[in-house]
Design a protein around this ligand. Sequence first.
Ligand SMILES: CC(=O)SCCNC(=O)CCNC(=O)[C@H](O)C(C)(C)COP(=O)(O)OP(=O)(O)OC[C@H]1O[C@@H](n2cnc3c(N)ncnc32)[C@H](O)[C@@H]1OP(=O)(O)O
Ligand SMILES: CC(=O)C(=O)O
Ligand SMILES: [Mg+2]
Length: 336
Amino acid sequence: MQRVAQTAIEAGKAYARLAGGDAAAGGDGAIGLLRRALLYLPAHDHRKVVKASTLDVDLICLDCEDAVAEARKPDARQAIPDILSSTNFGRSEVAVRINPVDTPHAWHDLEAVLGASTRPHTIVVPKVDTPEQMEWLYDAVQTLSPDSNTKPLHLITQVESAVGLHFLHDICQVGKDRGSAEDRRIIHDGLILGGDDFAASIRARRTPSNRELLLARQQTIVAAARFGLTAIDIVNIHYKQGLDLLEQEASEGAEMGFDGKQVIHPVQVPIVQAAYHPTPQQIDYARRLVDAFNAHSDAGTGAFEFEGTMVDMPTVRQHQQVLWMDNHLQAAAAQK
Ligand SMILES: CC(=O)SCCNC(=O)CCNC(=O)[C@H](O)C(C)(C)COP(=O)(O)OP(=O)(O)OC[C@H]1O[C@@H](n2cnc3c(N)ncnc32)[C@H](O)[C@@H]1OP(=O)(O)O
Ligand SMILES: CC(=O)C(=O)O
Ligand SMILES: [Mg+2]
């Protein structure tokens, strides 16, 4: 007899096991892996830091990379320790996006992050193109953070070029191999598709349909699923108009298998988070479907008719993910 989880919490654990991730253990508890919207802001822009701290957003990313002009890179880096120790970001996961590892800034950015008295939950590393760059990153963290018993730092890498997409599975493999049970200084648990840099890399023209990014979006999702990582979708830079298009794009990303989307302005946050939020109808349907599956399973039936459609295990697994998301949303709401 094959029974599946009936409660959202059980479903969450089952899903995390299926995904191969560590969310079953609760990650680092408070933040889990709820990453529906990732809001970027330039780290040296105090007003935006203050504004971000007032928002109900899953993930806040203090950017030292492309939102910051070359001449202001030191300002952004130097602002990080103070922001982290003096700002209450509420329930949000807090990340710092350092500069790419093949720039002279990366080492100094890492020094500032790892040396801060309050560390962020997560680092985002852009333009990771090769497994060797991933090795460099792990070596740098080991050197700058010699104590292997420190609280784990989550790592999200960005795929942003043809080369990065080609080597994506090798890059993820380095994260898996280096993040052993003995040394959990960094846990690679997310991928971001940097769609705008990627488009430039393949000489594509950006369109509202995003068809030029379809392959990269799907390959990012597939690699993330294989390695048990969260997958975060492209940014939409049209924050002043076309918010209906943003909603459509976010819903499409959720349907494709992404866990969340990058945003660049506060107005985009609720739209994107709602698009990744299962509706009460979807949650109710998922619960009833799982219950029906278990009843049929007890009676020795695998495939059965449910409200006019055929249901068997793959459909059940899809609906367990709805319950998993609902579980995480409830936990996040409880922390507000
Ligand atoms: C392709 C990539 O790499 S994307 C990632 C890198 N890019 C970024 O990080 C850019 C992030 N976004 C921004 O910097 C800004 O939204 C801009 C420059 C596009 C527009 O900024 P503004 O002209 O200040 O926007 P606007 O006037 O509409 O802002 C309204 C309020 O929201 C705040 N705000 C705007 N963007 C953000 C943000 N990303 N995070 C937090 N608060 C923000 C503003 O400070 C303002 O609040 P305030 O009046 O209390 O200061
Ligand atoms: C978000 C980002 O880094 C990109 O689209 O290139
Ligand atoms: Mg980029």
